[in-house]
Design a protein around this ligand. Structure first.
Ligand code: FO1
Length: 339
């Protein structure tokens, strides 16, 4: 978090860390990758969504980032590989085996490769770095930790993994709790530690706070690294017109009786962020957020494609040097790991 009395960014940031989940995070990453100098962007990805399927390690957020930043992502889904075939899954289904998780053939290959490499004792960080290099990414892509920290959803049927709840059960069971299992013991990797220590800007993507960002912030070592950083930390709100555009966020917030709107987002990131970018449709929220000590930019935050993502990034980078009067917030965010 920045000492905003002394921070004045005048030049293009040279080392930017983006904390990101899946689809929303990947779109933000695309704009940053295009706008920043080569090698300036490090994306730190959530691994709470990871799932074992046929004994394979599936990492939806890391893979969505990998496919998006390498230009391979399915444009219609926002995840998976564009034009991928489904021979393997269809063959499994014909054998009466589970097919609830839609994995294309090329995607299967990545999971086979990753699981084989993990079985050889390699770290997830090293495997993803190699995949990113071979796929020609212009950014560094890091899992927040090499330790499994599965996000689990409490329902009337008991605790479900996130993918079991979201994909297999179509997000239908009512949510009565969330936990980030193992997060209190897990630590960020040395690569993430170094990237944050060297950063001159930290951005939190417009990803789902409960499912993408907080599973990472539940690692106390990430909070400590962010607190020790002198770089400004800016979150982009995932809300448009005060609501989540799509996905399970709105439903979860209401099931868990958590306050919504941008005030709710600011509260969730209290003590971590110095500034919040909100959509122009929510400009009326700006004064109340500023009164809490946040710097606020209201602009178009809808990023359906690379052009709009680049426009948002450029707007954000232009605005950064002007915000130094914002005072930092102080109270830490509570760890919401539930029993
Ligand atoms: N989302 C779905 O709605 N249905 C699926 O069958 C599905 C499979 C899947 C496989 C690999 C992958 O990387 C992502 C996949 N997703 C699927 C998306 C994923 O469930 C979510 O978008 C993220 O976990 C939320 O960040």
């Amino acid at each position: 978090m920045a000492d905003t009395t002394s921070t004045c960014m005048t030049a293009m940031p040279q080392r930017v860390v983006l904390l990101a989940g899946g689809v929303g995070g990947a779109r933000m990453a695309l704009g940053l990758q295009a706008a920043l100098p080569a090698g300036a962007l490090t994306v730190v990805a959530n691994v709470g969504d990871d799932e074992r399927f046929y004994g394979l390690q599936v990492c939806p957020d890391l893979d969505t980032l990998l496919y998006t930043l390498s230009g391979r992502v399915s444009r219609s889904q926002g995840w998976g590989v564009e034009g991928d075939t489904t021979q393997v899954l269809q063959t499994l289904a014909g054998l009466g085996a589970p097919d609830w998780m839609m994995l294309g053939d090329a995607d299967f290959a990545l999971h086979i490769y990753r699981s084989w490499q993990l079985g050889q004792g390699r770290r997830l960080t090293a495997i993803m770095a190699e995949a990113a290099q071979r796929m020609g990414l212009g950014a560094q892509l890091l899992p927040v930790t090499d330790t499994p920290v599965p996000t689990e959803v409490a329902t009337a049927q008991g605790w479900l993994s996130f993918q079991q709840w979201f994909v297999r059960q179509r997000a239908e069971p009512q949510v009565c709790g969330l936990r980030y299992r193992g997060a209190t013991a897990a630590v960020i990797t040395p690569e993430v530690q170094r990237a944050i220590a060297a950063a001159d800007l930290i951005v939190i993507a417009p990803s789902n706070p409960l499912l993408s960002i907080e599973p990472m912030l539940a690692l106390s070592s990430l909070r400590s690294a962010l607190a020790a950083s002198r770089a400004p930390c800016v979150a982009v709100s995932p809300l448009i017109n005060g609501k989540a555009i799509k996905g399970p966020l709105a439903r979860m917030l209401s099931d868990l009786k958590m306050s919504g709107g941008n005030a709710g987002i600011a509260k969730r990131y209290q003590g971590v962020i110095d500034a919040l970018v909100i959509d122009a449709s929510d400009a009326a929220d700006a004064d109340a957020l500023r009164a809490q000590g946040l710097a606020v930019l209201a602009c178009d935050t809808m990023i359906p494609d690379q052009a709009r993502s680049l426009a948002l990034t450029e707007r954000l980078l232009q605005w950064l040097p002007t915000w130094r009067n914002a005072a930092p917030t102080s109270a830490p965010l509570l760890n919401k790991e539930c029993a």
